[in-house]
Design a protein around this ligand. Structure first.
Ligand SMILES: NC(=O)c1ccc[n+]([C@@H]2O[C@H](COP(=O)([O-])OP(=O)(O)OC[C@H]3O[C@@H](n4cnc5c(N)ncnc54)[C@H](OP(=O)(O)O)[C@@H]3O)[C@@H](O)[C@H]2O)c1
Length: 314
């Protein structure tokens, strides 16, 4: 079985590539610069020497994407920019997310791919005003594009537009596309560069900000997400959207748990109350057979990794 994984060197995609290689898949991984040191971890994965082929491809370059997808039965479209800072120009996010997804889908249709699994986000689900406090939202909900624009939430907009477009493309062209919408992804890293969601956790443990807001955090482990992506790829019954979320904690409780597990760090000094956020439900994915690990395990493994990589020093 030969599959393509876009953005193979990223946080979530690296764990997916590892899982696929362990199951005997031949993986075409797209990266923007195969010779870069930041992808060295991929080449060290078990079975990578025989079964991982890296393709130089940019989401905005159709020809490069098409050559990576050619010959594959399945495509996991994971690549999309995830900023850890406010982006002044929305196109920096929108173009790779939206045009990039269109390129991946077009290439998949041309290559007669059997199923495309696209990684979207809960950002495409819950970003809308109103609703009761602590409202539970499921796959029937979509973020409000106008609200994302007026609040300049370009990341949420990029994921919402890209996912809508993917499902539209699927129904118009008869391409089998399943989307997975993860919540905040935590867990140990395989890659050497720190991605945006791990930075959230590192900043909490280091107490980078003295004051944080008591927001609602929907959290999923990166390894459980990789398993979810493979599950929806392999299960014939899978269709439409799937939320991948395992744990719901407010910042206060998350810091409490972190302090209990790792008492020797600084942590933010004060937590200010804000309006309760929306909670996402993964019932649909669980009905398909998805299981996830306890949050304690995710946090322990992530922080032990940061310690060993000296990311919490100073
Ligand atoms: N992390 C989270 O909490 C979270 C939550 C929900 C959904 N997601 C979604 O999960 C997916 C993976 O996120 P992640 O956290 O693993 O992020 P990540 O580590 O930052 O990985 C993002 C990947 O996208 C690639 N990419 C960005 N722009 C590209 C372009 N123009 N052409 C080709 N590749 C491009 C990057 O490639 P380079 O290596 O070349 O930079 C990188 O491999 C994304 O779709 C994201 O929206 C993430």
């Amino acid at each position: 079985m030969r599959v393509c994984v876009t953005g193979a060197g990223g946080f979530a995609a690296s764990w997916l590539v590892k899982l696929l290689l362990s199951k005997g898949f031949i993986v075409h991984g797209t990266v923007r610069d195969p010779s870069a040191e930041k992808y060295a971890h991929l080449k060290r994965l078990d079975n990578a020497t025989q079964n991982l082929i890296l393709f130089k491809a940019d989401l905005l370059d159709y020809v490069s994407i098409a050559s990576a997808v050619a010959g594959c039965e399945g495509v996991f479209h994971v690549a999309s920019p995830v900023p850890s800072f406010v982006v002044p120009n929305p196109e920096v996010l929108l173009e790779p997310a939206v045009t990039g997804t269109k390129n991946v889908l077009k290439a998949s249709l041309e290559a007669k791919v059997k199923r495309v699994v696209m990684v979207s986000s809960v950002s495409a689900i819950y970003m809308k005003p109103g609703g009761p406090k602590g409202e539970v939202v499921d796959e029937s909900c979509w973020s409000d594009e106008l609200y994302c624009r007026t609040t300049k939430n370009w990341y949420c907009l990029s994921k919402t537009v890209a996912e809508r477009q993917a499902l539209d493309f699927a129904s118009k062209n008869g391409l089998d596309v399943v989307t997975v919408c993860p919540s905040l992804i935590f867990g140990p890293m395989l890659q050497s560069t720190i991605n945006a969601s791990n930075l959230v956790l590192i900043n909490l443990v280091k107490g980078t900000r003295e004051t944080v807001e008591n927001t609602t955090r929907n959290i999923v482990d990166v390894r459980d997400l990789a398993a979810a992506l493979l599950l929806v790829y392999e299960n014939k019954e899978a269709s439409g959207r799937y939320i991948a979320n395992s744990h719901i904690r407010n910042t206060h409780d998350l810091i409490g748990l972190l302090k209990f597990l790792f008492p020797n760090y600084i942590y933010p000094k004060s937590i200010v109350e804000v309006e309760e956020g929306k909670v996402v439900s993964s019932k649909k994915l669980q009905l398909l057979g998805w299981k996830f690990r306890p949050l304690e395990e995710t946090l322990k493994d992530a922080i032990n990794y940061y310690q060993n990589a000296h990311l919490l020093d100073e």
